[in-house]
Design a protein around this ligand. Sequence first.
Ligand code: FE2
Ligand code: FE2
Length: 191
Amino acid sequence: MTDIDYQDPKFHLLSRGRINADLIDGLFPIERSEWGNYRHFQEWPMHVLRLHRVISDACNRLIKGFERILDGSESGSEYLIANSGMAQLGLDLVAHVHHHHNYEDVNVLPGFMARFPQLTNAIDLLEKDHVFLNDTLYQSEVVFAQLRRKGAGKMQIDKALEQAKILSRILTLHTEDEEDVLIPAVLDAYS
Ligand SMILES: [Fe+2]
Ligand SMILES: [Fe+2]
């Protein structure tokens, strides 16, 4: 644990923009554009980038799907099937991200904390993101599940679209920050 006050707007995922530079600047100064030049980039770093890509692709599919339903191109039974399919996609995304974060909390972040103590504050922030994201994922689960209720209509889809956009924005921010904290350290240590 550190003394990072997560409620401070410069740290909180909803307000921070990107990770506060003070937490990582100068520790492992390898620009994202240089990552591919490192021998071990194709191993764990590429694996993490792919896992995060799966999450962002699912967010994009979810947003586009809700927008398509709201466009009104589906009607009658097609509308019901599309709605139910999107509910499933949203719930699958929530379950997948929970699983990804649990794995990181147990297997990845503690290992990095032990190996790279200079990243303690940055990793503490990532862990606090996971706690905050837990709440957002729970809210998303409730909103997506409502699409399956009898009589669910435009109001529920509007709400689901809004929730998917919030989820997409903060998950993108968290995963990119996570990559910027963890990947340069690995490239530096094992090159
Ligand atoms: Fe994470
Ligand atoms: Fe991650």
